[in-house]
Design a protein around this ligand. Structure first.
Ligand SMILES: *[C@@H]1O[C@H](CO)[C@@H](O)[C@H](O)[C@H]1NC(C)=O
Ligand SMILES: *[C@@H]1O[C@H](CO)[C@@H](O)[C@H](O)[C@H]1NC(C)=O
Ligand SMILES: *[C@@H]1O[C@H](CO)[C@@H](O)[C@H](O)[C@H]1NC(C)=O
Length: 317
């Protein structure tokens, strides 16, 4: 009885404050038309170091879920792409084990170089082929000599891919180069990164199947900052619309390590993506540039906020 009273009082209160609202949805015209691959995904290259940690390619459940997302792009890239070398050798790597030194990401607070063996690359390609995903692969841009990108290892990977007949939809070179000073201790300018991309173009031109492939970059992060905006602009102005099919930048709302539930519902935080998109579109005008993409995004950086990024509340972001 008492419960009933409370409910009644609550409903009367609602009646007092909420007036009837007429909501009309115009279905005769679309505000935006997005690609059928609009909802796409990214997997961090670091997961290859951990031998596809927790991603079980032979699980029927994973396969069904993945197939339902198709058509989509899978971008395999991230900070650790710049520390990965391909080897055509095979190596029987066990599942991820934190105490295995050769699988650890950092030494002395710096990323450690690692090898992607051909069998690990095979697993990825067999999976995307099976579920109908289009793969975009991020190449190591820190293999350099005399200030220039060295394409030898990329060529080795492309030769292998070509020989195996794997269909790779797109390519990328490096990751978040505007943060290199912080991550690796030296910088590569936006105009130099444009030259690196021209070299990638020349390489892809040697393979008929990739002459018109998707090329994304420069994957700058935090476009809200003036320095990132400058980097993005310099890259595009040096390279022009020919070096990338889709200019990319990365966006995260907050730091996953400090995130709170209130931040996930904070209107100012939720609104912070729009100005970044507007800025990106203003710098990389479409046309002549291809449409700008969010090359990597999520609710919170640093692997997400445990107990929040993987729950309902993250849906608002
Ligand atoms: C991956 O999935 C297969 C099929 O369900 C299962 O047999 C296997 O044990 C799984 N592997 C791991 C490491 O969980
Ligand atoms: C992980 O590696 C350590 C050191 O090689 C070993 O002692 C441990 O048993 C391994 N754990 C698993 C689950 O394989
Ligand atoms: C990782 O590889 C890069 C490129 O070859 C090299 O410059 C760098 O010194 C390597 N880092 C370590 C810690 O070996």
């Amino acid at each position: 009885m008492e419960f009933g009273w409370k409910l009644f009082l609550f409903l009367s209160f609602l009646n007092a404050v909420i007036e009837a609202i007429d909501l009309k949805i115009a279905t005769d015209r679309a505000v935006q038309i997005v690609s059928d691959k609009y909802l796409s995904i990214a997997i961090d290259t670091g997961i290859i170091r951990h031998n596809w940690e927790r991603l079980n390619f032979s699980s029927p459940k994973v396969e069904s879920l993945a197939r339902a997302l198709s058509p989509c792009y899978l971008r395999v890239g991230g900070s650790e792409a710049d520390f990965m070398k391909f080897s055509p050798d095979t190596h029987n790597v066990r599942f991820y084990n934190q105490s295995d030194l050769y699988m650890s990401d950092y030494y002395d607070n710096k990323f450690v170089n690692f090898t992607m063996f051909s069998n690990q690359f095979d697993e990825l390609n067999n999976f995307v082929t099976k579920v109908g995903w289009s793969l975009i692969f991020d190449l190591n841009s820190l293999l350099r000599e005399g200030g220039q990108w060295l394409p030898d290892n990329a060529k080795l990977l492309m030769d292998y891919t070509s020989q195996k007949g794997y269909k790779i939809t797109g390519w990328e070179l490096g990751n978040e180069p505007n943060s290199y000073k912080h991550h690796i201790g030296y910088s590569i300018s936006g105009s130099q990164r444009a030259k690196d991309y021209s070299k990638l173009h020349s390489l892809l031109n040697q393979y008929p199947q990739w002459r018109n492939s998707v090329i994304i970059g420069p994957s700058t992060t935090q476009l809200s900052k003036t320095s990132a905006e400058k980097y993005f602009t310099e890259f595009l102005q040096t390279g022009g619309p020919d070096i990338v099919t889709n200019p990319t930048f990365h966006q995260y709302y907050i730091n996953g390590r400090e995130a709170t539930i209130d931040q996930f519902m904070d209107i100012d935080i939720l609104n912070s993506l729009m100005p970044e998109i507007n800025k990106g579109n203003k710098i990389a005008k479409h046309p002549p540039y291809g449409k700008t993409w969010l090359g990597e995004t999520g609710s919170a950086y640093g692997g997400g906020a445990p107990g929040l990024s993987n729950t309902y509340v993250a849906g608002f972001m």
